[in-house]
Design a protein around this ligand. Sequence first.
Ligand code: HEC
Length: 201
Amino acid sequence: MPRTPDRVARGQYLTEELLQCFVCHSERDWTKPGAPPIPATKGVGAVWLGKPWLVAANVTPTNETGIGRWTDDMLLRAIREGIGYDGRMLHPQMGYSSFRALPDDDAEAVVAYLRSLKPIRRSLPQTKIPEDESKDLDVPELLMAPVPLVTPHDVAQKAGTWLFSPTARATTLPDTRRRTQACSAVKTWSLAVSVRRPALT
Ligand code: HEC
C-alpha cells in the first residue's frame, strides 16, 4: 500500500496516541508517571510484566526479528482479527477485539506507520500460552467485509437503535463478556470519530 506522508502521519497519531500500541510493544520508563514507552525502544516489543510466557512482538520492520517479511494483509489480520504471523490465535491482551472496529483506511495507516519505524533487531522469545489459559480463549471473529469509515451520524444512529430496541439489546448482549466488548468497540469508534478531524489539519 502507498506510504504517503499523510498516511504515515495519521498512522503515527493512531498508533502512539489513540491505540497506544507502544505501551505494550516497547520497553517502558517505570521511573516516570504513567511509565511511558522509552522513545528509543518504540516497537521493539516486550515481555509481559508478570507473565513471562506472553510476549508482545517486535513490530519494527527488520526481516530477522520484526515485521520485515510480513505482508500488509498479515499485519492487518493480526491487528484486527487476532491471527498471528504463524497462523496462531493471539492472546486477547493484544486488543484485537477493539481494534477490529478500525476502519480499513485507519488500519492501513497504522501498518504504513509501522513500516516507517526504524528497524531495530531484537529477538524475543515466542509467546507460549499455557494450556489452562489457551483452552478458555475465544476464537477471534474474522472480518468478512471491509470496515468503512464511521461518521458521527452513524454512531448516533447505531447507539439510538440499540438503546431503543429491546430485541437488539437482548440479541447483541447475551453475556457480560460481549457487553464489555461492545462497550470497548463503541468507545474506540467514538474516540476515532471525535478526534478524526483535528488530526487531519
Ligand atoms: C495492551 C497491550 C497491547 C497493545 C495496546 C497492543 N498490543 Fe500488539 N500484542 C500484544 C501482545 C501481548 C501480543 C502477543 C500475543 C501473542 O503472542 O499471543 C501482541 C501481538 C501483536 C502482533 C502479532 C505478533 C505475532 O507474533 O504474530 C502484532 C502485529 C501486534 N501485536 C501489533 C500491534 C499494534 C499495531 C498495536 C496498536 C494498534 C498493538 N499491537 C497494540 C499486546 C498489545
